[in-house]
Design a protein around this ligand. Sequence first.
Ligand SMILES: Cc1cc2nc3c(=O)[nH]c(=O)nc-3n(C[C@H](O)[C@H](O)[C@H](O)COP(=O)(O)O)c2cc1C
Length: 300
Amino acid sequence: MVTYSQSGQLNSIVSNVMRALQGKAQLNWEHLKPMPEFPFPWKGIRFWDAQPECVEMIPSRLEPFDFNPDEDFDLIILGYPIWFLSPPIPLTTFLKSDEAKQVMKGKPIITIIGSRNMWVGAQEDIKAMIAEAGAELVGNISLRDKHHNLPSVITIIYWMTTGKKDRLWGIFPLPGISDKDIDEARRFGYPILKALETGQYYNLQENLLALKSVEIIPSVLSMEKKGKKIFRIWSKFIRKKGEAGNPERIPRLKMFKWYLLFVIFFVSPIVTLFFYISYPFFLKKTRRNLKYYSGVGFKK
Ligand SMILES: Cc1cc2nc3c(=O)[nH]c(=O)nc-3n(C[C@H](O)[C@H](O)[C@H](O)COP(=O)(O)O)c2cc1C
């Protein structure tokens, strides 16, 4: 397993999934360690400053890996949260490294995602990097915060910037993925164990989906797809002012921050309303999208 998790949320999901395999398979857990570590809790502009390099998938630096890239693993699990609709920089850095390409070549890969609720575009980026490494994605489990999109934005920002995972002002829901969903993630381990023991991965994603390993909300998907395109424009615009940490980026980062908050709280409710009004006209396309993004196939 190769994972990156700041608060430990993603790691709890991964360890619950892997429970069924304990004692039945030899497990190696590689915790990615950025150099320097990203702050948690995040402070001020530093949070927004991660956007351009996440979106552009620019690798940074990691501490040397503990695994031996010459070792022949039967199965590789990649566990990651989502940052700005993109893979987090430490995972991008791993996937673009020579060691990852060497160890992943020809291997079955399972992804485990723990996000707020917008992960689909990042998974497409991950699919591309898996394909580039000559590996094959055979399964995906994606857990998310099931609260409504708007309160979950507030609670995630509260959690990420204070480190406190409690109810903001006693009225907001708890931030992040529910303890129940994290706990019940252990059910996904059984089909994985079976696939590992038989070496048959062709129907693994079908078996995982039967256990509800992925649930996509059509209106959230539609919003995310638009957001991903706009994020690319912002990342290029901000990077014209230099690399991460360059103080010249600050005015543009602040513009991005206010733009994003405005879009989330004022534009997205209207867009969602229009989405559902026009839903019947795009039913076929929406169904096609849901099927594709729930699967492990990759078209680029
Ligand atoms: C910089 C940053 C950006 C994030 N952007 C997104 C996002 O675009 N979509 C989303 O669903 N979650 C987003 N999240 C929430 C993460 O996916 C994840 O739920 C949270 O960081 C906890 O993960 P952990 O296991 O690393 O603690 C973001 C978190 C951070 C820190």
